[in-house]
Design a binder for this molecule. Structure first.
Ligand code: C2E
Ligand code: MG
Ligand code: MG
Length: 281
């Protein structure tokens, strides 16, 4: 027990120092459509230890949430993601630009969150519809009205919202329908069930909900062609997972993109994202 507390303190100190010393970085995992076209990416936090190796993101986030470090870390993630979008928006870039970042319920609940996101967007000068904020259903547990107001406010600026790990937590379904949420992410647990438990109807249920609510759907944790094909046959046409690529460091991600995407598609992707935003708002 004492050892555990000691280790946690050491991790907390290490994480604080990591923020200052620039040991945190974002990795990027591509998201693709059925035709194999890259439609966006998810930014995932990585803590590179000086002694080598990465600390798992779930562990970093758990410590950050317990200690309040989630706020400066969240600022770093948001700022870096918008910088990445800006670079792609300005120069010819093999990335369509739509980037998703994970937002902890603690961040959404903080009083300055909306202003912070607005400022980062303003300073970077990006098209807000290229930024997706991934929130989980647990964001609605603490204060439903507060979360609703913030999502509406940011939604009105063009920022997109995605419900991560959809179906694994508490769901305010009736409420979700009234919010400017653009996307549901099918959790990898349900994706894996597709090929291990043929009786499971969960993916079809989620697709039905998304269709009813006029939302996009993306499946995460897609590892096999069988899973992709099963998803596609049910009507899910956007994917993320090891089948296509693991999350990659920025330079490796740009190389991966450069090796597979003709420029013409890049421009079409950015245009699609804008017209889709206009349709929903
Ligand atoms: P998530 O947002 O649901 O991210 C998906 C996780 O699945 C990532 O783990 C990703 O590396 C992993 N993954 C991707 N494809 C596959 C696959 O085909 N198979 C399997 N088994 N896994 C796959 P990661 O990067 O370790 O992140 C874990 C969680 O930590 C994330 O889950 C998210 O909840 C949180 N997280 C990561 N980065 C951030 C961040 O910047 N901010 C916040 N608040 N949370 C973050
Ligand atoms: Mg996510
Ligand atoms: Mg997820």
């Amino acid at each position: 027990m004492q050892e555990e507390v000691h280790e946690r303190h050491a991790m907390e100190r290490g994480l604080r120092a990591a923020l200052d010393k620039g040991e945190l970085e974002l990795h990027f995992q591509p998201q693709l459509d059925l035709g194999g076209r890259v439609i966006g990416a998810e930014a995932l936090l990585r803590w590179r230890r000086p002694e080598g190796g990465y600390v798992p993101a779930s562990r970093v986030i758990a410590i950050a949430e317990e200690t309040g470090l989630i706020h400066p870390i969240g600022d770093y993630v948001l700022g870096s993601a918008c910088e990445r979008i800006k670079v792609c928006q300005r120069a010819p870039c093999p990335f369509p630009g739509r980037l998703a970042v994970n937002v902890s319920p603690w961040q959404l609940a903080s009083s300055g969150f909306v202003g912070k996101v607005r400022r980062v967007i303003e300073v970077s000068g990006i098209d807000p519809s290229l930024l997706t904020l991934e929130i989980t259903e647990s964001s609605f547990l603490h204060d439903l009205d507060d979360a609703t107001r913030k999502i509406r406010e940011l939604g009105s600026t063009g920022v997109q919202f995605s419900i991560d790990d959809f179906g694994t937590g508490y769901s305010a379904l009736a409420h979700l329908k009234k919010l400017p949420v653009h996307e549901l992410k099918i959790d990898q647990v349900f994706v894996h069930e597709l090929t291990t438990d043929p009786t499971s109807r969960l993916v079809e249920t989620i697709l039905g909900i998304a269709h009813h609510m006029n939302m996009r759907v993306i499946a995460e944790g897609v590892e096999t062609a069988a899973q992709r094909d099963a998803l596609a046959s049910m009507g899910c046409h956007a994917f993320q997972g090891y089948l296509f690529s693991p999350p990659l460091a920025e330079s490796a991600f740009m190389e991966w993109l450069g090796a597979r995407q003709p420029r013409a598609q890049v421009r079409a992707g950015a245009a699609d994202s804008k017209s889709e935003h206009r349709q929903r708002n």
